[in-house]
Ligand binder design. Sequence first.
Ligand SMILES: [Zn+2]
Length: 400
Amino acid sequence: MTGKIVGNNRFLKEFNQTAILDMIRVHKAISRAELSKLTGLSPTAIGSIVSELLEMGYISESGIGESKGGRRPVLIELKPKSFYTIGIDMDVNYINFVLMDITSWIIEERTLGMPKSLVFKNVMKVIRGEIKKILKDYGITTERLLGIGMSVPGMVDSRDLKIIFAPNMGWEDIDVKDQFEDFSDIKVYVENEAMASAISENWIGTCQGISNFVCVNIKSGIGSGIFIDGKPYRGTSGITGEVGHMVVDSNGSKCRCGNYGCLETIASTTHMVDQAKRLVKSGIASKLNDISDVEDLSPKSIIDCAREGDEVSRNILLESARYLGLAISSIVNILSPQKVVLGKDFVHYSDIVLDHMKEIVMCKALKQTSKDVEITESKLGERASVLGSAIIPLKVFFGK
Ligand SMILES: [Zn+2]
């Protein structure tokens, strides 16, 4: 909280409850006296709000704090396992679920296979079934569910709960709201997966307290989530951060978006695998030949071979990183972020390519924009977007 709360007007009650709850979240354990001092609300007003929050079950009295003369104060904190959120993240091969409680504690993580057909209705049937199963397994009633967040690898309208275009999934113009009728009393949120990653990096990851940063996710596609002045940047259309469709090679191959030479066509894991297959078929000397069927080649086989010293595999990874570096140098020049966090599949090979990529950014971006930028891998790894999906309802609950 930056400013003091003004007045004890009863119309501000709900606002004040949210602000006090967020202050308890930020401080983890805090006394009534400290809350009064920090907010400017009278001890009586704080006492009344804290009593209400205790009664509603959001907080609990946790222990005794340090005395500053006189009686030692009772500390209050968010009550673990009192209220929950569920996050869902998906891609072509999987659907990830996470159950989180009001303290951002991860209670449970599950992964299911994505239905082969990718038909949205079938996918939602699996998702609805698993949500019910999670709630049943943990004995959670829907009254104690603060919301459900879902992240999608594609363009979404987070305000109207619509998937606009998810080319990898073959989804276009889909109304998500209709699919959650079983949970009509629960608030549902839909977010782009890279923005969901940025949200989790900001809430529990490497970008806590950082106002300007970009999370770039590299996997079968490439996307980014941008935070400016501490908030997700949505632009005019609501769709931003489509770095995967930045043209980096005007003579390049056709992209799924219809354009040519997009970053995705040259730096995604899909491209890496295609390139590896091409090289193996052309008869190049490489450890990649040890894989009995060329069609079984995967990003993991390229990374494994690179680690075993295979130059061909290493060069595939470095080439991808070079183009990523070029794109990131443009991002750095345009936005001047404090941090660029690289996530998803990138974390599996960042030790091989990160230094090379940083050199390219430092060489290509303007000295003035790049001198203070930190380029790093995500410590949340592949889980960033599913965690971010669960965090979205929490952010709303805490008025963020
Ligand atoms: Zn494209």
